[in-house]
Design a protein around this ligand. Structure first.
Ligand SMILES: C[S@@+](CC[C@H](N)C(=O)[O-])C[C@H]1O[C@@H](n2cnc3c(N)ncnc32)[C@H](O)[C@@H]1O
Length: 188
């Protein structure tokens, strides 16, 4: 099974398209903030959350519930593709239904290996993977620069040809527009 969670109007052929808004005509109307989800355990081989995760879990408990359900419905080795606006970019701040900044670092708190490593060096990081009994491995991270901001900075020599845009995102808040993250589900 492949899950397109928060599909909106972009339904994917061959996927189970899910949204809370019935007028998008998803295959299933499910409010992902209400857990548990009415979906089978260990069933999904691929999950897509394209500009959705930042809409879920204004409260910590709700967000943790979503992460727990994501892990439950996936089979071992499932790939979860998460695309989110960069929390420092105007795109994130504009939409009032963006309730939670998502970064690769915040998602790595749901990796057993990352939590083991943090515990070994007595890091103060909350070991969410240990607490929830989930395991999501950070498979890949891609930063997508805002083309207009990047071109402007390069034109003015504020970014050199060999500079990576993501290293300057903290200084130039609108530089990185999107983060594309792939998580690999690990079970047993
Ligand atoms: C920015 S849109 C992205 C839509 C689609 N993924 C795309 O790529 O165009 C966010 C989507 O998440 C859905 N959504 C927000 N909160 C949700 C929830 N609690 N449960 C299910 N879907 C939700 C919205 O209805 C909307 O369709």
């Amino acid at each position: 099974m492949k899950l397109n969670l928060g599909c909106g109007p972009r339904r994917l052929e061959g996927w189970l398209n899910i949204d809370t808004v019935a007028s998008f005509e998803p295959d299933r109307v499910i409010d992902l903030e209400q857990t548990p989800w009415d979906l089978p355990t260990d069933a999904a081989e691929e999950v897509l959350l394209n500009h959705v995760l930042e809409h879920l879990g204004a409260s910590t408990g709700t967000f943790l519930g979503v992460m727990g359900e994501l892990h439950r419905v996936c089979r071992d080795g499932a790939l979860i593709r998460i695309n989110v606006p960069h929390p420092l970019h105007e795109h994130y701040r504009t939409d009032p239904s963006h309730v939670r900044p998502i970064t690769p670092q915040s998602l790595s708190m749901f990796s057993q290996a990352e939590c083991d490593q943090a515990a070994a060096v007595s890091s103060p990081m909350t070991p969410w993977a240990h607490i929830l009994g989930v395991d999501f491995e950070l498979d890949s991270v891609q930063y997508v620069a805002d083309p207009r901001t990047e071109a402007l900075l390069r034109e003015r020599g504020l970014l050199r040809a060999d500079d990576r845009a993501e290293d300057f995102a903290e200084i130039y808040a609108n530089l990185i527009a999107e983060i594309r993250i792939e998580l690999r589900v690990r079970k047993g």
